[in-house]
Structures are given as C-alpha cells and as structure tokens.
Write a protein that binds this ligand. Structure first.
Ligand SMILES: O=P(O)(O)OC[C@H]1O[C@H](O[C@H]2O[C@H](CO)[C@@H](O)[C@H](O)[C@H]2O)[C@H](O)[C@@H](O)[C@@H]1O
Length: 237
C-alpha cells in the first residue's frame, strides 16, 4: 500500500543503499541521484532538523557520498552515531583486532573469484553479488569466521554477509535518536529495503509511526514503494 503523505510532525529516518540509491554491482559503484542532496536538505528544513540517515555503511563512507547532508547519521547498522557538528561516537566495548579480522576475511575470499571483501572500521562484509552460486559457501565461511569473534554478530544483507558489533541495531539507533531533540515527540517514519531495516520499521510502528518497505520481499512495514525513485517522488511531494 502506498504511504499517506509525510506527517508535518514526522521524524524521518532513511536507509541508504536500495532506498535512497539503487543497488549496484559493488559498494563503490553506486550513483547518488543528482536531486538527492537538495531533497534531503529541503526535508531537513521542513522537519526542523528531524531527518537522519541510518545505514549499514559507516559514517565516513556516507559522508563521502552525501557531504552536504545536514542531519544526524547512524552508521555501521547503528553502531556509530554522528550528530550534526559533533565527532562520530564509536561503538562501546571495542577491543577487537579489526586488522586481523580484515585479513582473515581476505584470506577466505581468496578461495573464489568474484567474492568481494568490504572492510569496515568495526567489522567486515563478504559480498557474493557477482557469484550468487556461492551463497551457501559464503554463509558457512562467515559463520566460521564469526565463531572467533563473540562480540560480533552475523548480519545477512542483499547478496552479502556482514560481521557487525553485536550490540548494534538500526532499531536502537532510531529509538536513541527519537529520545532527543529535534526528533523527540515526533511521529517516526522509517524507509528501508533490507533485512537489517525490519527491526527499525517495527520500532517506528511501535512508537505510533510507520515503516515503508522499498521493493519486494516480506516486511513488517505497513506501506510499500517499488524503488528509490518512487521514494524520492513521495518525499518530494
Ligand atoms: O543499510 P544500507 O544503507 O542499506 O547499507 C547496507 C549495505 O549496503 C551496501 O551493500 C549493498 O549495496 C551494494 C551497492 O548497491 C551492493 O553491491 C551489495 O550487494 C549490497 O549488499 C554496503 O556495501 C554495505 O556496507 C552496507 O552494509
């Protein structure tokens, strides 16, 4: 079902890949639509600053693609938080040998052509988009890697498996932001396309707002739009 108009008192939470930008063959080959930065800036003004990005990407990566974005950014599935004008708050309970994790992931990926490792400051992603035949192998390989890192959890994603901090979650990021200005007391609206977004949509709906699922697939979201272009059109309205 198409969502109703965005409430005047909305707190707007937006996922990035597959939601604001189309999915691409690799993490680095996405295209940010020309109109997106201005659309986000207008929404930020219209909603008195209550617009946030909540993404699996880390904050620095998001800032590379949207350098002018004026709102809060929760990165690494909510493990990092960057409020406007403040430094990035990293996840609590660090203490993982991240370079060793990245190296182990690279060693695993070396077994197969077409498998891509995306190192992250607090975890790692194994992408198999170019080799869908390797889905089962990828899951088993990441399960095995995860066994050595009890502080990390496996996050299944679109044609990828990620190890991310266990205590992260997009729902936690949304609830944390919603508890303070400029989000406090507003109606939470969350748009996302992937498994990692489902808990955040559920959290928005449990607080009197709604979720919007972008694309196909089962979802807890009350509303649906077919693709990032349709979401941009709805937001622009
Ligand atoms: O929470 P998101 O903003 O949706 O980020 C989720 C992950 O997105 C990226 O991977 C996905 O998009 C890539 C580019 O379109 C695609 O090639 C890949 O197959 C998808 O899984 C990003 O690379 C990850 O770090 C994010 O966690």
């Amino acid at each position: 079902m198409t969502p109703p108009d965005l409430p005047e008192d909305a707190a707007l939470f937006l996922d990035f890949d597959g939601c604001l930008v189309e999915i691409a063959p690799t993490p680095d080959s996405i295209t940010v639509p020309d109109a997106l930065p201005d659309l986000l800036a207008q929404l930020h003004r219209r909603l008195q600053g209550a617009v946030a990005l909540i993404s699996g990407r880390n904050v620095d990566d998001l800032r590379r693609y949207l350098p002018e974005f004026p709102g809060a950014i929760a990165g690494s599935h909510g493990a990092e938080l960057a409020l406007p004008g403040q430094p990035i708050q990293p996840p609590a309970g660090e203490g993982i040998d991240i370079p060793a994790l990245h190296q182990q992931a690279q060693d695993i990926a070396a077994a197969h052509d077409g498998v891509l490792i995306e190192p992250k400051p607090h975890g790692v992603v194994l992408h198999y988009r170019a080799r869908p035949d390797l889905a089962e192998w990828a899951q088993a390989a990441m399960d095995e890697l995860a066994a050595g890192y009890p502080m990390l959890a496996i996050q299944p994603a679109k044609m990828a498996f990620e190890l991310r901090p266990k205590d992260a979650g997009k729902d936690r990021a949304l609830l944390r932001l919603l508890a303070s200005e400029p989000f406090l007391g507003r109606v939470p609206v969350y748009a996302g396309d992937d498994l990692t977004d489902e808990v955040a949509m559920a959290a928005a709906q449990s607080r009197g707002g709604f979720g919007i699922k972008i694309g196909d697939g089962d979802s807890v979201a009350r509303y649906r739009l077919p693709d990032p272009a349709a979401l941009a059109q709805w937001l622009a309205r």
